[in-house]
Design a protein around this ligand. Structure first.
Ligand SMILES: C[S@@+](CC[C@H](N)C(=O)[O-])C[C@H]1O[C@@H](n2cnc3c(N)ncnc32)[C@H](O)[C@@H]1O
Length: 214
């Protein structure tokens, strides 16, 4: 099996103008690829950082049963307007995942909020609150995936799309660091390198990290 995939960084629908400056979506084709590879019709799919709902919209279209969590109320309302089952998207904080009313999960895919190592804001507050630094961010990632593991079915799979970040000549090895942290709580199975037709975050590629329950 190839260890890279070349995709267009494009979307079927344009976002409403109010969101356009903050289009953090991954393309539908990325979600389609992983749902075909790892899920069946009727499977439960969770996106813990649902954003504008790309995972949920594609999962619903492919006959899977999507659930999601998203902190930003405006994004929740937008995504719910695109879903046949809008209640499956929880407006909430994934750091509290273990308290949420969710069924046992077959598959999870997401792109978490990113952080450069010198950033002051907390990505898990949607950059609204002062953070405690990069180490604390990585601890939160590990804690969220430890909680998610408890909600997964035994044979479940988890995919995390993440990039290393380059800003002002400085590199944050976000992909390596997230891979390491989540490997403490889930079994790392390898990565698929996503090659993009456009540059994002300083690079033309990102990584889809693939895990199973330990
Ligand atoms: C990279 S975006 C995900 C985009 C998504 N894949 C899409 O295609 O629309 C990350 C999302 O995580 C959300 N987020 C940040 N902190 C969160 C938290 N603590 N709990 C849930 N969602 C959170 C952000 O508001 C943002 O929409």
């Amino acid at each position: 099996m190839r260890s890279y995939l070349s995709l267009e960084l494009s979307h079927a629908d344009e976002l409403p103008s109010v969101f356009k400056a903050d289009d953090v979506r991954y393309p539908e084709s990325l979600v389609e690829h992983f749902l075909k590879a790892y899920t069946q019709v009727g499977d439960i799919v969770l996106d813990p950082f649902a954003g504008y709902g790309t995972t949920l919209i594609v999962a619903e279209r492919m006959g899977r049963i999507p659930f999601g969590v998203e902190l930003n109320r405006d994004r929740v309302e937008y995504a719910r307007s695109k879903l046949a089952r809008p209640d499956c998207l929880i407006h909430g904080d994934s750091r509290l995942l273990e308290n949420m009313d969710l069924p046992a999960i077959d598959f999870s895919i997401t792109s978490p909020p990113y952080m450069n190592k010198e950033d002051l804001e907390d990505p898990f507050s949607a950059y609204q609150a002062k953070g405690k630094g990069y180490g604390s961010y990585l601890n939160d990632i590990r804690s969220i995936y430890a909680q998610l593991r408890k909600r997964m079915k035994q044979a479940g799979t988890v995919v995390i799309e993440v990039a290393n970040l380059k800003r002002d000549g400085q590199v944050t090895t976000l992909a390596w660091d997230v891979a390491h942290e989540v490997s403490q709580v889930l079994r790392f199975q390898g990565e698929l390198i996503m090659c993009w037709d456009k540059y994002g975050y300083g690079y033309d590629h990102s990584y889809c990290l693939v895990y199973t329950a330990l």
